[in-house]
Design a protein around this ligand. Structure first.
Ligand code: G
Ligand code: G
Ligand code: NA
Ligand code: MN
Length: 255
């Protein structure tokens, strides 16, 4: 309850910020995108609260609506600013997480499109990440939403893939661009995770989807994923999520 009350004030108190984690192209070794991750530094609770704790509270309490709107607005404006500064030239996408509540919000697409118009950000530079679990909660409604997102030219990625129950048949019906192999499998390389990661990569490629491995932490995992034909890697091995100013330094260095 303290969490919920404080979360309601977090937006006005400027306690929320966004971090950006680089995504690395396996073939070139260069940054090809970034994932946006929210951070909350709560003064009343004495410091950082993890999104693992507060996102579920935000969803139950409805705070996720203004919070999710703020995330999209801040991220899209940042991407547009970097683009205007010439820093997004060979960056494919900026990926933003979308929660369960947001997928049920009929306003979402209008707001995103208004944001893209306002900032002039080309839709293809925005990627939305929806978890497999959320997608499978309400398949038919979500397929309709995914088609709207695709029609708007925005990219789509299924997050935490392999932890839910989507079958090949569903994947074929989802107009998506990419799968993100869940961190738990990458973590378990070498080990049982390796066979699962390989199977996901093969399935994704057979459906013309690209594959991101998240949670990459070791040299051994990098070598395995490169050998297995994975397209993109993300994890502490390369870089931790970082504030916009630090990500911007990386964007300037790579030009
Ligand atoms: O960055 P971190 O490992 O602390 O994130 C923990 C979880 O919170 C992850 O599952 C991540 O997807 C989720 N998360 C981080 N930022 C956002 C956000 O802006 N919106 C939503 N819905 N989830 C987020
Ligand atoms: O569920 P989602 O994929 O959005 O989760 C992203 C979360 O994973 C972020 O909170 C981020 O901090 C975390 N993360 C990113 N890279 C690594 C990593 O290499 N190891 C671990 N354990 N967590 C990571
Ligand atoms: Na994500
Ligand atoms: Mn994930």
């Amino acid at each position: 309850l303290a969490l919920e009350a404080n979360l309601r004030k977090a937006l006005q108190n400027n306690e929320l910020s966004l971090h950006y984690q680089p995504q690395i192209d396996v073939r070139t070794g260069r940054m090809r995108g970034m994932e946006v991750l929210i951070r909350w530094n709560c003064e009343a609770l004495g410091g950082a609260v993890s999104p693992v704790e507060f996102i579920p509270v935000a969803e139950e309490s409805g705070v996720i609506v203004p919070l999710g709107r703020w995330v999209l607005q801040t991220a899209v404006r940042q991407a547009a600013a970097w683009r205007k500064a010439g820093l997004m030239e060979d960056i494919d996408h900026m990926a933003v997480n979308v929660s369960a509540c947001q997928t049920k919000d009929t306003q979402l697409m209008y707001e995103v499109q208004a944001l893209l118009m306002e900032t002039g950000l080309p839709p293809r530079l925005l990627e939305l990440e929806i978890t497999e679990g959320v997608l499978m909660e309400n398949v038919n409604a979500n397929i309709a939403l995914l088609h709207k997102i695709q029609a708007a030219g925005i990219h789509l990625s299924i997050d935490d893939f392999g932890t839910g129950y989507s079958s090949m048949a569903y994947l074929k019906r989802f107009p998506i661009d990419q799968l993100k192999i869940d961190r738990s499998f990458v973590n378990d390389v070498p080990g049982d995770g390796a066979a699962i990661a390989k199977a996901i990569i093969a399935m994704a490629h057979s459906l013309n989807l690209s594959v991101v491995a998240e949670g990459v932490e070791t040299e051994e995992q990098v070598a395995f994923l490169a050998d297995a034909g994975c397209d993109v890697m993300q994890g502490f091995y390369f870089a931790r999520p970082m504030p916009a100013e630090e990500l911007e330094v990386l964007l300037r260095e790579r030009r």
